[in-house]
Design a protein around this ligand. Structure first.
Ligand code: MG
Length: 393
């Protein structure tokens, strides 16, 4: 039985991870759970699985949680609490589904302790992957992709070359990684007034039910831009080796092209439990509750080239990926704040990319940054976004 810590267990990926573990009784013992502020759901999960160590990131929510937590349940808070949850609970694996840069220090703590990380938080690979991945290689820690596209790539590679043991060991065998994208809610629609797109429209994803931030990122296609960099870091390949393909049915989750021209694809229902489970049971494919794929019923699969002109976030992410250094952290940090401002109704939909672009233009790039430079760059980019918005753009 493996000891697991789930960071962000009350969010959409976290809850699905708990469901997956519930379905595999006897394989995992949950030794730690964390939530941003939803402590009631967190306490329910802790009680069901007999978890004694929990973290509520928000300090006020943690205070409220302590008042109602059962005896013997240790409630910590903040980044320090998350770091100690990872490093002091004897975990064999950490599943990280905290949204955004808040995941950075807990994941660094896992890597430093030599604990494998099932990683759903793409933002930290984007912003700090140039540092995190060499650290993980040095400590022989595996990053197991939870993102469905990257899980698909990993599954194709493991199937073709079972000899390699980590995501980055496959790098010399890859001619191309082809990431598929559903295209989000606006892919097939013509004449959209981007300024007037409402929150409700942007949250209407055609295939996947996910958290708000990633759903907005899917609507701007920034999500796919971030996934290019996530693939570059996880599989140690350059920008030129990652290609995008729009595939509205979301059945082919991604593909790998080998040097002989052979292309392997991984297919399945668009259900995030599949990738979550594989990140935990790798290299085994075990029984799951995911519905079976019925290709005869689906009938046709379609593929298109992405439209970089319609989705400026794809162009911006490509620029950041090519620049490297601190630029991906600027893009990701600025995007996180801008998306949040759009969700709150402070800015328009099309402001998301214009603000990210302005922030990138203001930044003086630093090549080969240290971890503290990334943290500082992230802070700078968030402040810059707020300044740009205050100054009326
Ligand atoms: Mg994805």
């Amino acid at each position: 039985m493996k000891n697991i810590v789930i960071l962000g267990s009350t969010g959409s990926i976290g809850e699905n991870a708990v469901n997956v573990i519930r379905g595999m009784r006897g394989k995992f013992r949950i030794v730690g759970l964390s939530a941003s502020s939803n402590f009631r759901k967190l306490l329910q999960q802790a009680e069901e699985f007999g978890v004694k160590h929990i973290v509520v990131a928000d300090k006020n929510a943690a205070l409220a949680c302590r008042k109602v937590a059962g005896r013997g349940v240790d409630v910590k808070s903040g980044e320090k609490g998350l770091v100690s949850l990872v490093s002091e609970t004897n975990a064999d694996i950490v599943l990280c589904s905290i949204s955004g840069m808040a995941a950075l220090m807990p994941v660094v703590a896992a890597v430093e302790k030599g604990i494998d990380v099932a990683l759903a938080t793409k933002e930290i690979l984007v912003a700090a992957g140039e540092i995190l991945v060499p650290m993980a290689i040095h400590r022989r820690v595996n990053f197991l992709p939870v993102d469905s596209e990257h899980s698909a790539v990993f599954q194709c590679l493991c199937g073709a070359l079972p000899c390699c043991k980590t995501t980055w060991a496959y790098s010399p065998y890859i001619r191309k990684i082809i990431l598929t994208a559903s295209g989000g809610p606006f892919a097939g629609r013509k004449n959209i007034n981007w300024k007037r797109v409402t929150l409700k429209e942007a949250l209407r994803h055609p295939r996947w039910t996910m958290g708000k931030k990633i759903t907005i990122d899917s609507a701007t296609m920034m999500n796919k831009g971030l996934e290019i960099m996530e693939a570059m870091r996880l599989f140690c390949v350059p920008f030129e080796k990652v290609e995008l393909l729009i595939h509205p049915e979301s059945v082919v989750h991604s593909m790998v092209e080998f040097f002989d021209g052979s292309v392997l694809a991984q297919m399945g229902m668009p259900d995030m439990r599949l990738a979550i489970q594989y990140s935990l049971t790798w290299p085994d494919h075990l029984k799951s509750a995911v519905p079976k794929l019925n290709l005869a019923k689906i009938g046709k699969l379609h593929f298109y080239e992405p439209d970089y002109a319609r989705f400026p976030c794809l162009r911006l992410a490509s620029e950041a990926a090519k620049a490297g250094g601190t630029m991906p952290a600027v893009l990701s940090g600025a995007n996180e704040v801008a998306v949040n401002m759009f969700i709150k109704g402070i800015i328009d939909f099309s402001d998301i990319w214009s603000i990210v672009e302005k922030t990138m233009h203001k930044h003086s790039l630093r090549k080969r940054p240290l971890l503290e430079d990334i943290v500082e760059t992230d802070r700078w980019s968030r402040e810059t976004v707020v300044k740009i918005i205050k100054s009326g753009r």
